[in-house]
Design a protein around this ligand. Structure first.
Ligand code: AKG
Ligand code: FE2
Length: 201
């Protein structure tokens, strides 16, 4: 497939030391193609996570892709990477040139409807090393994405729509936690791709 960026040059509407938000980074036609390919081809195993000492079904589906050595312990579960799918690899290359940063893996999340969610957390697994740069692309239904300071009062909210790119970098994971709350009335699905770099496993 041909991946088309909406903007030739990234418009940094919101530029911040820790976060970059680039609305509609991908063209609509590319988003539609990606959704079709991923929804059909990706196997979405039900995973279990550990929360408050209990083992529960993860309230979303996810799949892990990357270079062969990129295993990742996430929510108490060791995941081995599936080999790169072509369109995910193409996106990785595009992001690498855009952000001048290398990625070797991507976590693909599917929120089947507004009941699926992700609670407050940080992307601070040891495999990511210090101050990881994480590039997150949204596809499909728009969802609220919240950021809150760990030691402060401030909370930020983005409505992440299809094709939007959100970048978290530098001390962002030290300073803030993030979450994707339920949106109970929502019937549509959203796919989220978070490109990461595993430093060690
Ligand atoms: O779905 C999102 O936008 C966020 C996902 C996330 O925070 C994660 O997978 O670590
Ligand atoms: Fe996260």
């Amino acid at each position: 497939m041909k991946i088309v960026r909406q903007t030739q040059k990234v418009v940094r509407l919101e530029q911040h030391r820790w976060f970059g938000y680039h609305p509609k980074w991908l063209a609509k036609s590319t988003c539609e193609q990606l959704i079709n390919e991923l929804a059909d081809a990706v196997q979405w195993p039900e995973s279990h996570i550990h929360m408050f000492g209990r083992r529960i079904a993860e309230p979303r589906r996810s799949a892990w892709f990357g270079d062969p050595h990129c295993s990742y312990t996430y929510s108490g579960q060791l995941r081995q990477p599936q080999a790169w799918r072509t369109e995910l690899f193409q996106l990785k290359i595009l992001l690498e040139s855009e952000l001048n940063h290398n990625f070797n893996s991507v976590l693909v999340n599917c929120y089947r409807d507004g009941q699926d969610y992700m609670g407050w957390h940080r992307d601070n697994e040891k495999e990511l090393g210090q101050n990881p740069l994480i590039a997150s692309i949204s596809l499909g239904a728009s969802r609220r994405f919240l950021l809150r300071e760990r030691r402060g009062e401030q909370q930020f909210e983005f409505l992440l729509g299809s094709g939007d790119l959100l970048v978290m970098r530098a001390e962002s994971q030290e300073i803030c936690e993030h979450s994707l709350p339920k949106m109970r009335a929502l019937q549509q699905a959203r796919i989220n791709l978070t490109f990461r770099q595993i430093k060690q496993s």
